[in-house]
Design a binder for this molecule. Structure first.
Ligand SMILES: Nc1ncnc2c1ncn2[C@@H]1O[C@H](COP(=O)(O)OP(=O)(O)O)[C@@H](O)[C@H]1O
Ligand SMILES: [Mg+2]
Length: 228
């Protein structure tokens, strides 16, 4: 369960304050898959970073699986993030490491027993159809392949919360649909997923849709796919 109450996020810039989020409140039940939609600059990435305990809000509360994370220090948040999987918009893969090594790194950070690494990595690569690229470095992969490695890296830690920024941006429609359907299966098995997206197909896979505009929630509703 993710609970966000009255979250405000203000960035200080040389040109003054930027209010990225203003009074955001939403509750996301365990096993939901929320599509966060809205124009560029509406606050999607900022909200994902706050929900994923990457960044603290300026004010308001963030509770993840009954733990208050907004009041934590940065190092406490880092520890808490072990249970959170991230797929960043620009992937954030380690450039000098192979796909396989990128996944090893994530498993080490998450504190997963080394005896499980190999099996978990092969399984995640298999799910993303990337087995043949395990020993490629990011620069040797296309944008879409890097995206699939970023997804494999996030799921191999078996996170309780999965945060995804624009998951299908670099994928063709078939691969995009496969990744969305994979996420939906994870959600059905109890992973809570929050993803930002511009892709209207995402609405078919999400269990609920949250529309942001200028840092505020315009609408938050159960997706048509799960309404009776
Ligand atoms: N680190 C930052 N410093 C200053 N302004 C930021 C920062 N991150 C985001 N913003 C501003 O906050 C607003 C929301 O940005 P963002 O969350 O990236 O939107 P989206 O992901 O929907 O495109 C934008 O006006 C953006 O310029
Ligand atoms: Mg963004």
């Amino acid at each position: 369960m993710i609970d966000v109450q009255h979250v405000r996020k203000v960035f200080q810039t040389p040109d003054g304050e930027v209010v990225a989020l203003n009074d955001i409140s939403l509750s996301i039940p365990t096993g939901a898959m929320v599509a966060l939609m809205g124009p560029s600059g509406s606050g999607k990435t900022t909200l994902l970073n706050i929900i994923g305990a990457m960044d603290a809000p300026t004010s308001g509360t963030v509770t993840l699986d009954a733990v208050r994370v907004d009041t934590m220090h940065a190092d406490e948040r880092a520890l808490f993030r072990k249970r959170i999987g991230f797929v960043f918009q620009r992937f954030a893969l380690i450039a000098t490491a192979s796909a396989y090594e990128n996944m090893e790194f994530a498993l080490r950070i998450a504190g997963i027993d080394r005896a499980q690494w190999h099996t978990r990595i092969l399984h995640a690569l298999d799910i993303l159809d990337m087995n043949d690229h395990a020993h490629h470095r990011p620069a040797e992969l296309s944008g879409g392949q890097q995206q699939r490695i970023a997804v494999a890296r996030a799921i191999c830690i078996e996170p309780s919360i999965l945060i995804v920024d624009e998951p299908t941006a670099n994928l063709d429609s078939q691969r995009g649909a496969a990744v969305l359907s994979l996420f939906r299966n994870y959600a059905a098995n109890g992973t809570t997923i929050v993803m930002s997206t511009h892709d209207p197909t995402s609405e078919k896979y999400a269990t609920s849709i949250c529309r942001l505009r200028a840092g505020a929630i315009e609408a938050y509703a159960t997706a048509p796919s799960v309404q009776r």
